[in-house]
Write a new protein. Structure first.
Ligand SMILES: [Fe+2]
Length: 276
């Protein structure tokens, strides 16, 4: 399988491979690429919804989102829609998906259905490198500490994204504690596992100390030399390791340039482990 590396930090685009031909043998190869590069991209993929689910299922059991309603007949698929004149889009801001769940998703698959001529790229960031490059003193402080991750709730979601629907669990909030340094269950590598969207507090520290430390780490995680940026084209697929990365869907839809175009993606996620 031929790949083009997307940046020096992470990301690989697989060239000329039709995911319709994925089988148990070449799946191993794709999974190894995913573990190595943390996010893999494919372009010009024509997949039925059934095939999309089938491919995702090779990574493990597919799950439904905590508070977003799935599409008709396929509740496992969440359709991410940004209306033409909407400035916001779901996924803006650094995060790893559903880190507030007890067992946050292992892998996320995204497929682009409709992409504006300009704007709406996604940036991914390597959280193994983020840990590796973190100040040694900070590393010592966070060793063996846990942090609380809390969802923003579907109320926020319904109010901000006009074309998306909640699954009805309005007002529900999910909250869980995870180690700040987690271990990748497949590679054994250490990962910096906090994010500015969902991580609210470090367990056992006074509020001000916790927020100073978290803000320092969030700033470090934003470093551009830890990231890669993907410019979507229609029918592209991204498969991302949600344990070792964060991502940020850039909402650069400004009037006279990026505004005025719909952006539609299908998303599917795979059940993860409890971080350790
Ligand atoms: Fe996301």
């Amino acid at each position: 399988m031929n790949v083009d590396l997307v940046s020096g930090a992470l990301g690989a685009e697989v060239i000329n491979f039709d995911l319709n031909y994925l089988n148990n043998k070449n799946f191993e190869e794709i999974n190894n690429l995913l573990l190595e590069h943390k996010v893999v991209f494919f372009r010009n993929q024509s997949l039925t919804l059934e095939k999309f689910i089938e491919i995702a299922s090779m990574f493990g059991p597919v799950e439904e989102h905590a508070y977003v309603k799935g599409i008709e007949k396929y509740p496992q698929i969440t359709r991410i829609i940004k209306a033409a004149n909407e400035k916001n889009q779901w996924g803006e801001g650094w995060h790893s998906d559903v880190s507030y769940d007890l067992t946050p998703s292992k892998v996320i698959m995204l497929k682009s259905l409709k992409i504006p001529p300009i704007g709406g790229d996604t940036v991914f960031s390597n959280m193994e490198l983020a840990l590796e490059t973190l100040d040694e003193v900070i590393k010592k402080i966070i060793q063996n500490k846990k942090a609380i991750h809390t969802s923003n709730g579907s109320k926020f979601f319904v109010e901000n994204y006009s074309k998306m629907e909640s699954n009805g669990k309005i007002g529900e909030q999910y909250s869980n504690e995870h180690p700040i340094i987690r271990t990748h269950p497949e590679t054994g590598k250490k990962i910096l596992y906090v994010n500015p969207t969902y991580t609210k507090k470090i367990v056992g520290l006074p509020d001000d100390e916790s927020s100073d430390l978290l803000n320092y780490i969030f700033k470090h995680q934003e470093r551009l030399d830890l990231s890669c940026r993907f410019k979507w084209t229609e029918n592209a697929i991204a498969i991302l390791d949600n344990r070792s990365t964060q991502h940020y869907a850039i909402a650069d839809f400004y009037s006279g340039r990026g505004l005025g175009h719909e952006r539609v993606m299908d998303r599917i996620s795979i059940v993860g482990d409890k971080p350790f």
